[in-house]
Design a protein around this ligand. Sequence first.
Ligand SMILES: [Fe+2]
Length: 250
Amino acid sequence: MLMQELDRSEDGLIERYEQHPVLANIGLLAEEDFAAILLQRRFLSLAFTPSYDLAIDLLGDEVALRIARIILREEYPDDRGYTPSHREDMTEDLRRLVVSRAAVVGTRPTAATRQAITGTLELIADAGAHPDADLRLVTLLRFWGEVLVSVEYGRLWERMEPVFSRGGENRSRFYYPHHVHDAKANPLATVSRLSTTHPDRLATRLSELLAREESADSFVEVFKKVEEGALRLKEGFYDQFLPALERVGV
Ligand SMILES: [Fe+2]
């Protein structure tokens, strides 16, 4: 019952993000506005790992800690330096989308982008300051760092696909793999220890932590608040591009 209620609330938020006007109309934007979005989004990706490190600092649960450490290490495959990190993969995808090196080098984060970054750190720090910090942090890492990212990249992919899919081969190293791998593939209510995706691993720990929580029912409202906070941050990032829709008459 409890997990179903969490799922219902979460699915509503997922749909809300999918329907953000900028994401829902991504295919209509002018080329330079789409590039501007990706260039700003890059700064959020660069801030992903410090955010994770902050969460790791604040987590107490040993199992959740290990999951978070593994996810963070997967960002940097190969400890001998021969393989690009996920962030390097992102920049390579960006370049393939005809964003020039000069644009990458010359772009600075806007005030709204900086707000999205500091807001994330605040959200994590705030989650860590509560007695139920582990529940809050696992909820946040899963929703902010996996589920919503997958939703977002799914939308961006609608526009990127023709660039990457040529000759039946998908050459995206970052956006597409993260869209697929970070998706909410299973409801919280039915997630199992056998599932190995990032969101499922975090979901498994969340349900285990909830199962031994005496006041688990009162966590529903906390869960909703934490997830809503993560969504609002991400919506705030895309709100800065609403004028780009006006430019194409949407
Ligand atoms: Fe992931």
